[in-house]
Design a protein around this ligand. Structure first.
Ligand code: NAD
Length: 349
């Protein structure tokens, strides 16, 4: 297991803030991977880790991912991430105290790091952090924020799926297409709704059977057991639950032509991207297709743009994917590598 020193030594990011909050029995890690294109932006993850170093490593890895994601989304933002590594997920006053302490640290960074919600944090938490710093977004609508980013993310994935259908089949029509939505939470349920309205046949998989049934009913679709989801025959597999579902072991089980969904870090290993290409499945790189939440919040809360501007920007996710697919074909690389190349060229421009 690596120590803090070893992790910092091999990290290619710009700045890491490490704070031991003994009062709340937590570690606060803020990793600013890159401010090359603007303030380092990224969510605040609250999580129980085996060791504090695991929390720091997660923040480092996730912050690098944000640099690439925000570079491709072209928002004038760099990449960052914060992790609140806790012994157990705090509630009530203890949670407020930790979020206030964290908010003070974010404030002390003077806007070089700006944050929003992530795993185990939500809009109410952003409202609490906002009591200490202005550099927090994804606040509740009641507090003047943009609220839940899930619907923005879903709309971006929807446009991404249509652009990917067009590339594979020559038509972006959803009618006659079958989409498997794996995970129907904040993003997946909204995505199923959008796809269903345009005539796609929806198959839902969720570990929460009640939720799966309710969403399937609402979109006149069907359900499949979560364990059988990967083998389900469909045109589009949309992973909207957990990451790492694509590996050299799982790709041969897929019976789809397209993988396009919101889950972060879908590729469990780099070889999965090559295998997807080799078996003729077009993969929409996760951090490109799932940028809608970041785009929506940034447009509405940071730049005071209109809903029409947000809609246009989410539609552009489809255009960006088209460029990535064309670049991948031209250069003979995977779509994941083509997305990384677009990010790298924006960062070096
Ligand atoms: P969520 O927690 O609201 O929903 C996740 C759903 O997946 C839940 O219904 C859960 O029961 C289900 N699920 C969990 N494990 C599953 C499994 N093994 N098989 C099938 N279903 C399973 O989360 P969300 O906000 O909708 O986000 C979904 C994914 O998209 C996550 O990977 C998240 O990191 C990513 N993402 C979300 C946003 C956003 O705006 N919310 C933005 C970018 C990326």
């Amino acid at each position: 297991m690596a120590t803090f020193e070893e992790l910092l030594d091999r990290w290619d990011g710009e700045q890491a803030v490490i704070h031991r909050d003994s009062e709340n029995d937590a570690w606060i890690f803020i990793c600013m991977h890159s401010t090359r294109l603007g303030p380092a932006a990224g969510g605040t993850r609250m999580k129980v880790y085996d060791t504090p170093a695991d929390g720091l490593e997660d923040a480092m890895r996730l912050s690098a991912g944000m640099t690439a994601k925000l570079a491709v989304a072209d928002l004038g933002l760099g990449g960052g991430k914060a992790v609140l590594a806790v012994q157990r997920i705090p509630q009530g006053e203890q949670r407020r105290a930790l979020l206030h302490r964290y908010g003070d640290i974010v404030a002390s960074l003077g806007g070089s790091f700006i944050t929003s919600s992530d795993v185990n944090t939500g809009e109410e938490d952003m409202d609490v952090i906002a009591e200490r710093t202005e550099h927090v977004f994804g606040r509740s609508e009641a507090a003047g924020g943009a609220g839940d980013p899930g619907p923005f993310t879903a709309l971006g994935v929807f446009h991404g799926i249509k652009a990917t259908l067009k590339h594979v089949f020559g038509s972006n029509a959803l009618s006659g297409r079958t989409v498997l939505v794996q995970g129907v939470g904040s993003v997946g349920a909204a995505l199923a709704d959008l796809l269903g309205r345009e005539g796609a046949a929806i198959i839902v998989a969720d570990v929460d059977p009640e939720r799966a049934r309710a969403v399937a009913l609402a979109v006149s679709g069907s359900t499949v057991e979560p364990d059988a989801a990967l083998e389900q025959e469909c045109d589009v597999y949309a992973p909207c639950a957990l990451g790492a579902t694509l590996s050299t072991a799982t790709v041969p089980r897929l019976r789809c032509r397209i993988v396009a969904g919101s889950a972060n870090n879908q590729l469990a290993e780099p070889g999965a991207a090559e295998l997807l290409r080799d078996v003729g499945i077009l993969y929409a790189p996760d951090y490109v297709i799932n940028a809608g939440g970041a785009i929506g919040i940034n447009y509405l809360e940071v730049n005071n743009r209109s809903q029409a501007d947000v809609d246009a920007a989410l539609q552009r996710i489809g255009d960006t994917l088209k460029e990535i697919y064309e670049r991948a074909e031209r250069e003979g690389v995977t779509t994941a590598a083509a997305a990384d190349a677009v990010a790298a060229s924006r960062l070096s421009a």
